[in-house]
Design a protein around this ligand. Structure first.
Ligand SMILES: Nc1ncnc2c1ncn2[C@@H]1O[C@H](COP(=O)(O)OP(=O)(O)O)[C@@H](O)[C@H]1O
Ligand SMILES: [Mg+2]
Length: 367
């Protein structure tokens, strides 16, 4: 088995070097491991072939659609997967290679932590590979919220009607609840990291930036400007509340989609200088703009999606600049379930409400 050489992360069995590193410093974070059953080896030809068929390209990785086969007697298709392959060149330095390994290992680690806890609303990891190129395989999901947000059907109506949008956002609040139960912060909640199946049920993916709650990032700002909570830009500390802020901005975008009030015309697209965005995040201007956009959307009722006042109030709380004012994921599930009982899928949402209310009653009794 090829082991990763990064200081904080190790595949399970063999890594003396890191053990020594860990003993030498009392503050070293706990060692991370992944089961060897998740690791696969691939040839460089295979990987290059996959990269040539990419469907998306980010700054650090390309993504391709492929199938993984069982290698026993007959070749049997196991799964259609997305392969996320680190971009590296022959000329890449050892440091760049190490960084790519760390990034893929980090994502694989947190996705596996979610899988171990049977998280239903997080994209499932299938395999990962370090050598000859860091690469991650996760279940294939056809679309993203970003693709669907602006899509129209043949009648010119938004593909995401109110109910579908609510169900997707509720699924993601379930995902945030699952992460919280596992002590994980995602760090980059936004429409393109929300994956939506053909039945319009959603899962959270892209765990590039995920960390254990309370982890403090170094000097680099982690996440996506425009979605990042102001306090995260200030102190770099990964918290559930910071994820909730980004969730609120995402919801605002869903609400504003037809007029592109926030996404296009407002600031995310028009300000190209990152330093300006950072300053606006710090000084609260960005949040004020978001609240104004929310108010305009709420009063215009122009996008074909009609949310209840309770839902708008909840979004407003999510984008509060005071982390404590932001709701917990369970509260968001409850608010959205209450809105959804008016729709035809009401049974399922009534069950959510009953479940959460019984939890609340229970916690009152035991307090
Ligand atoms: N599981 C998946 N199923 C289908 N497409 C995917 C999947 N994962 C990623 N993609 C596509 O690749 C893009 C980039 O993937 P992502 O994991 O978000 O990487 P990055 O860290 O580069 O943003 C996504 O926006 C989506 O278009
Ligand atoms: Mg992404």
């Amino acid at each position: 088995m090829q082991s990763s050489k990064q200081p904080n992360n190790t595949p399970s069995s063999d890594d003396k070097e890191t053990k020594e590193d860990q003993n030498s410093t009392k503050t070293a974070p706990p060692k991370r491991s992944l089961p060897s059953s998740l690791l696969i080896t691939m040839s460089l030809d295979n990987i290059n072939e996959l990269s040539n068929h990419r469907i998306a390209r980010g700054s650090t990785a390309v993504v391709a659609k492929t199938t993984l086969h069982r290698t026993d007697v007959e070749k049997k298709v196991v799964a259609t997967v997305a392969a996320k392959i680190a971009i590296l060149r022959d000329s890449s330095s050892a440091a760049a290679r190490q960084q790519a390994e760390d990034r893929i290992f980090n994502e694989a680690y947190f996705l596996n932590e979610c899988k171990k806890r049977n998280a239903k609303y997080v994209v499932k990891i299938v395999k990962y590979c370090i050598d000859p190129r860091p690469c991650l395989f996760v279940e294939w999901i056809d679309s993203t919220l970003l693709n669907l947000m602006f899509a129209k059907d043949y009648k010119g109506q938004p593909v995401l009607d109110t109910e579908k949008a609510l169900v997707i956002m509720m699924d993601i609040s379930h995902a945030l609840h699952e992460l919280k139960e596992s002590g994980i912060v995602h760090g980059d909640i936004k429409p393109e990291n929300i994956f939506v199946r053909n039945d319009f049920r959603a899962k959270l993916g892209d765990f590039d930036t995920a960390q254990t709650a309370g982890f403090r990032n170094g000097h680099n700002i982690v996440g996506t400007l425009g979605y990042i909570a102001p306090e995260l830009v200030e102190n770099g500390i990964m918290t559930y509340e910071a994820d909730m802020f980004s969730y609120g901005i995402t919801f605002l975008e869903v609400a504003a989609a037809k007029d592109k009030l926030w996404y296009d015309r407002n600031i995310l697209k028009n300000i190209e200088d990152d330093n300006v965005l950072i300053e606006m995040t710090r000084n609260g201007q960005l949040r004020t703009n978001a609240s104004d956009a929310l108010r305009r959307v709420q009063s215009s009722y122009s996008n074909g999606r009609y949310f209840s006042d309770n839902t708008y109030d909840m979004i407003k709380k999510c984008i509060s600049n005071k982390p404590k004012e932001r709701p917990a994921p369970e509260k968001v599930v409850l608010t959205l379930s209450r809105s959804l009982v008016f729709f035809k899928t009401s049974n399922e949402h009534q069950k959510n409400i009953d479940f959460i209310e019984s939890m609340e009653a229970f916690s009152k009794l035991t307090m």
